[in-house]
Design a protein around this ligand. Structure first.
Ligand code: BGC
Length: 380
């Protein structure tokens, strides 16, 4: 890496705080803060804007730790926002689809909301038929997080902290979660998670951004070309709860070992695609060891936009936007249609606590939960 001397400049323009980091290569990244909107209870929500020297701009709010927009250039330099979202705080307050948010404590489903830990049975809030989904009735996506502008590895960073009290949505322990967002001049959006608890609990958060590399609101994602570094996925029952086994992707529409158009087999008469109403499954990354590895790539041929997903996590929930139905009125009054975006939620497997053969999601006092996931954008 060589010598990287940072100049940190921190100043206020009007009501906007600007943090600018300049490296010795003359590249700079700025992070600024502005008012975003007011909740019904009077709480003011702030928006944080990252900008680098390579035309990447990312906006995040401290409500739900939501990624509001990711603007990146296409192969001709045209800028588009590649994530679904809303124009105002009200949209996010009412949103039923977890656009851009951090979901937790535990992302995806827990069968019947039940699990046991150290011989004790817990019953979580039920919010998805008979199951628990994405942290419950009022998950982390609907919470106000405490923001702090800071610096991480020489980059300006936004640290968002949420203290989830003992018993919230049925989970044990006071859980403290910090999510730190950064961007780099390599057009990476970097997300670092850090969690601690005062009682044994379960924790498996993820980011729930909906990507469309043509630009949000710009058609469906069926021509996006996906590659997932996974020989296996975890099949599910009709309630989308994992059966507990790993099944080979070979010879099935779940095979994304080589880059493949999402639409190629999505409407196949496959039992798993029928229960998922499309892709809504967890893939098991090959050779997982907890270090940061490339797990997924996504390419959109017309714009040439290419996204690589690096993660420390063992799996990814690939969800092809099967429940989008035109009723989410998003940015610029656009109705987001069926399969008009997809999620790549890096995390541990759904319902892990009820499947002893899945990697553990238990967090105990004195332990540190850590996850790092990077979404990197380029063109080809
Ligand atoms: C799940 C879907 C769910 C969606 C909610 C995804 O992570 O896998 O089944 O409907 O989130 O928007």
């Amino acid at each position: 890496m060589g010598l990287y001397m940072n100049k940190l400049i921190n100043f206020i323009v009007g009501s906007t705080l600007i943090l600018l980091i300049t490296g010795c290569d003359d590249k700079s990244i700025s992070l600024s803060e502005e008012d975003y909107g007011v909740l019904d209870n009077g709480i003011l929500i702030k928006q944080y804007i990252f900008e680098n020297d390579n035309q990447m701009k990312v906006k995040i709010i401290n409500y739900g730790a939501i990624v509001v927009s990711i603007e990146v250039p296409d192969k001709n330099g045209k800028i588009n926002d590649v994530v679904l979202g809303y124009d105002s705080i009200d949209g996010y307050v009412q949103d039923p689809s977890y656009f851009g948010a951090i979901v937790g404590r535990v992302g995806n489903r827990i069968s019947k909301g039940k699990f046991s830990l150290d011989g004790k049975d817990y019953a979580l809030a039920i919010n998805n038929n008979e199951n628990h989904l994405h942290g419950g009735i009022e998950g982390f996506n609907k919470k106000v997080w405490t923001p702090e502008i800071t610096e991480l590895n020489g980059l300006p960073a936004l640290k968002l902290t949420y203290l989830s009290p003992d018993g919230e949505e049925g989970y044990p322990g006071n859980l403290n979660l910090e999510v730190t967002y950064t961007i780099s001049n390599k057009n990476e959006l970097i997300i670092d998670y850090f969690g601690t608890t005062d009682k044994a609990t379960i924790l498996n958060p993820t980011n729930h951004s909906y990507f469309n590399l043509s630009g949000e609101g710009n058609g469906d994602i069926l021509d996006h070309v996906l590659k997932i570094n996974a020989d296996y996925f975890t099949p599910v029952d009709k309630g989308l709860i994992p059966l507990g086994n790993h099944e080979s992707v070979l010879g099935t529409p779940m095979d994304f070992l080589k880059p493949k158009k999402i639409g190629e087999r999505i409407n196949n008469d496959d039992n798993q695609l029928k229960v998922g109403l499309g892709y809504d499954h967890n893939w098991v990354f090959n050779n997982w060891d907890g270090t940061l590895k490339l797990g997924v790539t996504l390419f959109e041929p017309e714009s040439g936009r290419f996204m690589e997903v690096f993660t420390t996590e063992p799996g990814v929930q690939f969800y092809s936007g099967n429940f989008l139905d035109g009723t989410n009125i998003g940015k610029n009054q656009k109705a987001y249609q069926y399969r008009s975006a997809l999620c790549l939620e890096t995390d541990h497997f759904p319902d892990s606590q009820n499947n002893s053969n899945f990697p553990s999601v238990v967090l105990r006092p004195g332990e540190e939960y850590k996850q790092k996931t990077i979404y990197q954008f380029s063109t080809k």
